[in-house]
Design a protein around this ligand. Structure first.
Ligand SMILES: [Zn+2]
Length: 138
């Protein structure tokens, strides 16, 4: 069921560009503070990835793009273990790695809100036409 929901969500993201359609959720953190949360630009990044535009996706949310292989591995592992009952051991993440991940998450959030280059590259662009490879439809 989760795999079907993921495939459906990716299909919606493939068909409907988040910059053009208003049914996607808005980021309340960004709306209230004007700052970018770690997830800002994630939908636009996923839309770009579904169209094969890797660099555009990196520009929208580099943390998400870098984390996707690990998220996909975890999702497939969970599916195979819990749904398909494959005899796999649970994924074990040592505490120190969790601390490193949380620190990277916080650091990414702080850095992408510094309005000076090169940190501005970590924030999603206000206009998708400012990046190379972005999907700009007229
Ligand atoms: Zn956000």
């Amino acid at each position: 069921m989760a795999m079907l929901a993921t495939a459906g969500a990716l299909l919606v993201l493939f068909l409907f560009n988040p910059t053009e359609h208003r049914f996607y959720p808005v980021c309340l953190f960004h709306q209230w503070t004007g700052w970018h949360c770690p997830g800002c630009g994630a939908l636009r990044a996923l839309h770009s990835l579904t169209h094969g535009r890797f660099l555009a996706a990196l520009h929208f949310n580099p943390l998400l793009v870098l984390a996707l292989p690990f998220l996909a591995y975890t999702g497939v592992h969970f599916f195979l273990r819990e749904v398909a009952s494959w005899p796999l051991r649970p994924i074990y993440v040592p505490n120190r790695w969790i601390k490193v991940l949380v620190a990277a998450f916080v650091l990414f959030t702080v850095l992408r809100n510094i309005p000076v280059a090169p940190f501005t590259w970590l924030a999603p662009p206000a206009s998708p036409s400012t990046i190379v490879g972005a999907d700009v439809r007229l």
